[in-house]
Write a protein that binds this ligand. Structure first.
Ligand code: ATP
Ligand code: MG
Length: 556
């Protein structure tokens, strides 16, 4: 395969080299989630990177559940992860694997190490192991159990497997180097006793492998060529390499680290999201304020927009954080040409057109998307009683207010010129009814005689509009302001959710179903909420507002 060197990211450069040197025949990558929570936008980066490389090199992509720690893992998470990976467009075909399916092989691998004198059973407690490990400036101390014979180690490990010991009573350690400057190499624990029920293997095992031992074996078994992970594993690479070397795999996988994706001022970590869910601060893992994949989908983001975002973020070795506004830019760009524009009134006030015949209705035709003719047109009824947004009317307007006020003529979008003559207030001073007259010669919103109006406002026909609930969102926790309060509670934004329950949308959008989305004129892009919306009670999530001062960063 020929590639231009300058446009290649550092991972592609490594793979190119491995291919040209003949150490890699067919690229095989994997995404290895631990099923202990839902996936988030950061995981999307890993998924798309791994699946993308496999596709680009004509190789294979595996979805593998890294389910070696039974305490926090759930089948619910397995299902949600599969759904999210599929939705993002990463296709694992029939290559779905579970690390727990390799428990037998991992056990055999441990036995192999014991037989080579490279692993031993230790009686030290977790605390003692920590104390014996030493510090960054001080070498560790030899484990008192390190001198056991191979036969004794084999027998003890067999007993660990047979369930003879309590949790924490014995562990299996790799024999590497207690004086290594890399703490991970100071005889790391590779197997522990744990009497737990596993979501897949149930009560079959009473010992479980540690991540650093299990992961390279999983990769090697599956024939992974490039095991791509995030930077925090850089210090673990020598151990990864030690495991594949000692076990003498014919095609040893290669670990490559890249920087995690963070969003500025947005909580991305699984740990934080889980806490928001567990404390019931949000409505589940898919609450539209979160950046889990499920939440982004429910909010109305598309796979295309997320793929574009990840592409713009690029792949690097140094930690940095992407602007949430860039994600918003990507969804706006994606929806711009795909969605119909409709009128919705979020805070309604009634307008009565006194000179429009009572009982009369006419159908006006409006184009769905002015930038994309292919989306066609729809009709909207126009009649004597309408709703407009409360903020589009003022009793005594400030300078430069061009919308509706007494004596002023405005354009009702796509309809007619109207002039406000009077209005009615209730006892609290709230405007309840606005009276106007219309100019029948201005149909379509066109000036009949060249006279100009400065304001154009949107509206819906009162008797035909469908009532709906609209939800507006802001950040739930602002990282810049501090994720936690002094007492350890989360520093929540009280305005993260605004529910508007008395909105009206034009009839064209009245039959909208889950995940359908529209541009609401002047308000943004909105998506039918898949969890709460029903045909009787429509609920829309605001995906993103229309405008932003955001500019794409210059690509280097
Ligand atoms: P979190 O950091 O949110 O707790 P995790 O790393 O514990 O997530 P895993 O299920 O272990 O979640 O991760 C699966 C894969 O996704 C790993 O290869 C991990 O490196 C990668 N990954 C996790 N978070 C990010 C991120 N923010 N950006 C890129 N890749 C990530
Ligand atoms: Mg993890």
């Amino acid at each position: 395969m020929e590639h231009e060197a300058e446009s290649r990211n550092f991972i592609e450069q490594i793979i190119d080299k491995d291919i040209s040197e003949g150490t890699c025949k067919e690229v095989c990558t994997r995404f290895p989630p631990e099923p202990n929570g839902y996936l988030h936008i950061g995981h999307a980066k890993s998924i798309l990177l791994n699946a993308g490389l496999a596709k680009q090199y004509g190789g294979k992509f595996n979805l593998r559940f890294d389910d070696t720690n039974p305490t926090k893992e759930r089948t619910e998470y397995v299902e949600s992860i599969k759904e999210d990976v599929k939705w993002l467009g990463a296709d694992w075909e029939d290559r779905l694997f579970f690390a727990s399916d390799y428990f037998g092989q991992m056990y055999e691998a441990a036995v192999k190490l014991i037989k080579k004198g490279k692993a031993y059973v230790s009686d030290l407690s977790a605390e003692e192991i920590r104390a014996y490990r030493g510090t960054l400036t001080e070498a560790g101390k030899e484990d008192p159990s390190a001198g056991r014979s191979i036969e004794e180690n084999l027998a003890l490990f067999e007993e660990m497997k047979a369930g003879k010991y309590k949790d924490g009573e014995k562990v299996l350690r790799a024999r590497i180097d207690m004086a290594s400057p890399n703490m991970n190499m100071r005889d790391p624990v590779i197997y522990r006793v744990a009497h737990m029920t596993h979501h897949n293997t149930k009560d079959e095992w009473s010992i479980y492998p540690m991540y650093d031992f299990a992961h390279p074996i999983e990769d090697a078994i599956e024939g992974i060529t490039h095991s791509i992970c995030t930077l925090e594993f850089e210090d673990h690479r020598p151990l990864y390499d030690w495991v594949v070397r000692e076990l003498a795999y014919e095609y040893p996988p290669k670990q490559i680290e890249f920087a995690k994706l963070y969003l500025t001022n947005v909580v991305t970590g699984k740990r934080y999201i889980k806490r928001l869910v567990d404390e019931k601060i949000v409505d589940g893992w898919d609450d539209p304020r979160l950046v889990s994949i499920a939440a982004l989908r429910r909010r109305g983001f598309t796979p295309e927009s997320i793929r574009k975002f990840i592409e713009l973020c690029g792949v690097s070795k140094s930690n940095s954080s992407a602007d949430y506004a860039m994600l918003e830019y990507c969804i706006r760009e994606d929806l711009k040409l795909k969605k119909a524009r409709v009128m919705a009134v979020l805070d309604p006030v009634k307008v009565i057109i006194d000179n429009y015949p009572e009982g009369q209705t006419e159908e006006l035709t409006v184009v769905n998307n002015m930038e994309n003719e292919d989306l066609g047109a729809h009709t909207i009824p126009f009649c004597r009683e309408l709703y407009i947004d409360r903020e589009d009317f003022m009793e005594t307007p400030p300078k430069k207010y061009f919308r509706m006020f007494p004596g002023n003529e405005v354009r009702l979008m796509q309809a007619y010129f109207v002039t406000c003559n009077s209005f009615i207030k209730d006892e609290t001073g709230k405007v309840t009814e606005i009276h106007c007259t219309y100019d029948p010669d201005s149909k379509g919103g066109n000036s009949p005689d060249g006279r100009k109006v400065k304001g154009t406002i949107h509206w819906v026909p009162a008797p035909y509009a469908k009532k709906a609930e609209v939800r507006l969102y802001e950040n739930i926790v602002d990282e810049e302001a501090g994720v936690y309060n002094e007492d350890g509670s989360l520093n929540l934004n009280p305005n993260s959710l605004t529910t508007l329950s008395n909105c009206y949308i034009e009839p064209y959008a009245a039959d909208a179903k889950a995940y359908d989305s529209f541009q609401f004129v002047r308000q943004g892009y909105f998506c039918v909420d898949a969890k709460c919306s029903t045909p009787e009670h429509l609920v829309f999530n605001r995906i993103v507002s229309l405008k932003s001062s955001y500019k794409l960063p210059k690509q280097s």
